[in-house]
Ligand binder design. Structure first.
Ligand SMILES: [Zn+2]
Length: 286
């Protein structure tokens, strides 16, 4: 019952916000005359608009389900690495390279940064089409962005959540599957631990949607303090390792548009489920 009540509430929110958007668009068209329909004589009563059909309501709901969400997508790495050092976290003096070169397909030879952007663009397209505001840290390969700068860009954007898109690599060829990383112990405060726990729960939900859609093995969610891009990020930040470029099957799959679409679809399904459960973006989802 509670779920259905929340669902109804979300539906109402979506319908009302989309109606407002439609009105704004109509007003901005600059035309006061009806575009079509039969002419009415002066004084004739304006007919009541008919109730939207269930199909129309469904279409509106789907169109707007992520309205109000601000999502940052960070396609990992870039064409040229930057070996200059930067602080890995706000709470200590440890330094790491600004941007490493990333992995490369052992069988296809494709650079990880190329796949990361291609997957990220598909995610952006799907989330934007459902009303989310999506910010991409890069749209091309020829950029010079450190991991800290990427996190700070997400902070400036005011993201509710940041997804850092990567592909994995391992010494052993048989290793395969999807794994996610979230923040770890951090500065050791209870507040940070709470953020880590919240992000972990969201990632636990996300990986289920990803593996259900792609059929990939779930390697699980891991906490870590090792990632500059997570440590400087003030919102929920999840590294999505989409698969292993050291595994022949996954290297070849990750190089196909179809598999990239499946990954993007899994991520979309997670956000849609979260949005339908509650309009509160702090709730982890189903
Ligand atoms: Zn990577």
């Amino acid at each position: 019952m509670k779920k259905s009540a929340l669902y109804f509430f979300s539906l109402c929110l979506c319908l009302s916000s989309c109606t407002a958007e439609t009105v704004r668009q109509e007003h901005s068209s600059g035309s006061s005359a009806p575009v079509s329909g039969p002419a009415r004589s002066p004084g004739e009563e304006t007919p009541h608009p008919s109730e939207p059909t269930p199909e129309a309501e469904e279409a509106i709901r789907e169109e707007c389900v992520l309205k109000g969400w601000r999502i940052c997508i960070d396609p990992g790495h870039q064409a040229a690495e930057n070996a200059e050092m930067e602080f890995c976290a706000p709470w200590n003096e440890e330094r790491k390279a600004k941007c490493t070169s990333g992995a490369r397909g052992n069988f296809t030879g494709t650079d990880e940064y190329v796949l990361n952007l291609s997957i990220a663009q598909k995610i952006r397209e799907k989330l934007s089409s459902l009303g989310a505001e999506v910010y991409m840290t890069r749209e091309i390969h020829a950029v010079d962005l450190s991991n800290r700068e990427r996190a700070e860009a997400a902070n400036r954007f005011g993201a509710d959540i940041t997804l850092r898109i990567h592909c994995n690599s391992a010494e052993t060829e048989t290793v395969e599957g999807i794994e996610l990383y979230v923040r770890g112990e951090g500065d050791g405060t209870p507040e940070y631990r709470k953020r880590s726990e919240d992000d972990f729960q969201k990632a636990e939900s996300l990986i289920q949607f990803l593996c259900a859609e792609t059929g990939a093995v779930s390697r699980g969610v891991f906490r870590s303090d090792a990632y500059t891009g997570i440590n400087w990020c003030q919102n929920t930040c999840i590294i999505v390792e989409c698969g292993f470029l050291s595994n022949e099957r996954e290297d070849r799959l990750l190089n196909t548009e179809a598999y990239q679409e499946r990954l993007a679809e899994g991520i979309k399904n997670y956000f849609v489920s979260s949005a339908l459960v509650s309009s509160d973006k702090n709730i982890s989802g189903l």
